[in-house]
Design a protein around this ligand. Structure first.
Ligand SMILES: [Cu+2]
Length: 468
């Protein structure tokens, strides 16, 4: 599969995953994040992303991975099971993808520049969007509503994809329950909920039964905001789940949501999500890492504090992983690693094939917030999570059937433990998928060195790889 002839400065993140026992490796050059695995594609140039989908299926997200361009450059990728392989649930009557996004009236490059030079937070989105439409709750948008025509009695599979920039969202359908059957491209045991939270970067498939009286029902996304004192857009984006026979003029039934800061409900799905199949959780680990993640405020050093120190208390927002704020390099880290260029990376990550447990501890000196942390190049088993500080002697880990994901919402003031096998050579970005947090430095990259066997080495870079 290839994506090519990209019009201008765009990069594509590919949710490359290497499943246990599955050869989905060796395509780090096609991963996409700017200054991690390549330099940005310049206007008028192109880069062909080549990668292999081996035994991968499900709903994935592609998006630009430079600056804040993901806001408008994104989409769903649906990988169907091989011909003849059924879903592990009754075949739905129809399938629809719903892509969630945030919209600003401003050019997002300007938006990013303004936010980063202000030292303060990101302004709320001007609207939320479902498949590009904000829906009737926004001004002048009464007819700009995405709609699914529904046959009563049938079952629908909805592929939910969040390309949102800085906000996590609840999703709900009026009077209907949602049965989660897949998360981040991996089947789960069916879990039925009234609403769920989806973080930027995540994909969740749900089954919905059209078993309610004939009418039009709102399918809506509303903000989940775990941080205090952060301004955010409160108006939900609404799409319609319209039964055939419903009067076109009748008002739709509104979806109901938990309170915007209801962390308990937000965490429910994660707490109860279980992998459907044996995904090969490492029962013992070779490396046990604990990284803190969180936001902080730095002292103002600007001669123009009113303009450039608009964070809390007249400071400048910052973020860190393991107490180090990630600063975007001016070269591609993968290129630097491939060329053995000194000064850009260390080689202290556990060796090829290591079974790694990584505990992400959410800290932060300016209140805490849920951080959806995404790891490139690997899916991971979410073996545990909880509130407060991680305590290895009391933490309850699920080593039987944890969900196998690539983005994990680390609870506000809490922790999440993930396990994965570092068997994909290359440089892999790990970052908060709230774009403003990543810009502040909530990011890092792992160097996974080559193994000794065949098909365990980073290949040579493709000829058309963009150069800095
Ligand atoms: Cu974050």
């Amino acid at each position: 599969m290839m994506v090519h002839r990209l019009p201008s400065l765009m990069l594509f993140w590919w949710c490359s995953r290497s499943r246990h026992g599955v050869r989905q490796r060796l395509s780090c050059w096609a991963d996409g994040p700017a200054y991690i695995t390549q330099c940005p594609i310049q206007a008028g140039r192109s880069y062909t992303y080549e990668f292999t989908l081996v035994q991968q299926k499900g709903t994935l997200l592609w998006h630009a991975h430079v600056s804040w361009l993901r806001a408008t450059v994104h989409g769903a990728i649906v990988v169907y099971p091989k011909t003849g392989v059924p879903y592990p649930f009754p075949h739905p009557y129809e399938e629809h993808s719903l892509v969630f996004a945030e919209y600003w009236h401003k050019d997002v490059l300007r938006l990013e520049e303004d936010v980063m030079s202000s030292g303060g937070g990101a302004p709320p989105a001007d609207a939320y969007l479902i498949n590009g439409s904000p829906g009737p709750l926004y001004n002048c948008s009464a007819t700009d509503v995405y709609e699914i025509a529904v046959v009563p009695g049938k079952t629908y599979l909805l592929r939910l994809v969040s390309a949102s920039l800085n906000t996590e969202h609840f999703f709900a359908i009026a009077d209907h329950r949602l049965t989660i059957v897949e998360a981040d491209g991996e089947y789960t045991k069916p879990l039925t909920v009234d609403s769920l939270v989806i973080a930027p970067g995540q994909t969740i498939n749900v089954l919905v039964q059209a078993d309610r009286p004939i009418d039009t029902y709102d399918m809506a996304m509303a903000p989940f905001m775990s941080a205090r004192n952060v301004p955010f857009q409160k108006t939900p984006a609404v799409a319609h789940f319209r039964y055939s026979g419903a009067g076109p003029e009748a008002p739709s039934r509104p979806a109901e949501f938990p309170a915007f800061n209801d962390s308990l409900t937000a965490d429910f799905a994660l707490s109860n999500l279980r992998s459907l199949n044996d995904t090969g959780v490492p029962l013992v680990v070779d490396a046990n890492l604990l990284f803190t993640i969180g936001l902080a405020v730095e002292q103002c050093h600007s001669p123009h504090p009113n303009a450039s120190c608009r964070g809390p208390g007249g400071g400048v927002f910052a973020a860190a992983m393991n107490n180090i704020a990630f600063v975007e390099p001016t070269v591609s880290l993968l290129q630097a690693y491939y060329d053995n260029t000194n000064g850009y990376y260390t080689e202290d990550f556990p060796g090829f094939g290591s079974r790694v447990q990584l505990v992400l501890q959410n800290t932060g000196t300016v209140g805490t917030e849920n951080h959806p942390v995404h790891l490139h190049g690997h899916s991971f088993h979410v073996v545990g999570h909880g509130t407060g500080n991680y305590n290895p002697t009391t933490a309850q880990l699920n080593l039987a059937d944890p969900p196998y994901m690539n983005t994990i919402g680390v609870p506000a003031g809490g922790w999440a433990a993930i396990r994965f096998v570092a068997d994909n050579p290359g440089v892999w970005f790990m970052h908060c998928h709230l774009e403003v947090h990543a810009s502040w430095g909530l990011a890092m990259a792992f160097v996974v060195k080559d193994g000794n066997g065949t098909m365990e080495s980073l290949p040579h870079p493709p000829a058309d790889l963009p150069r800095c």
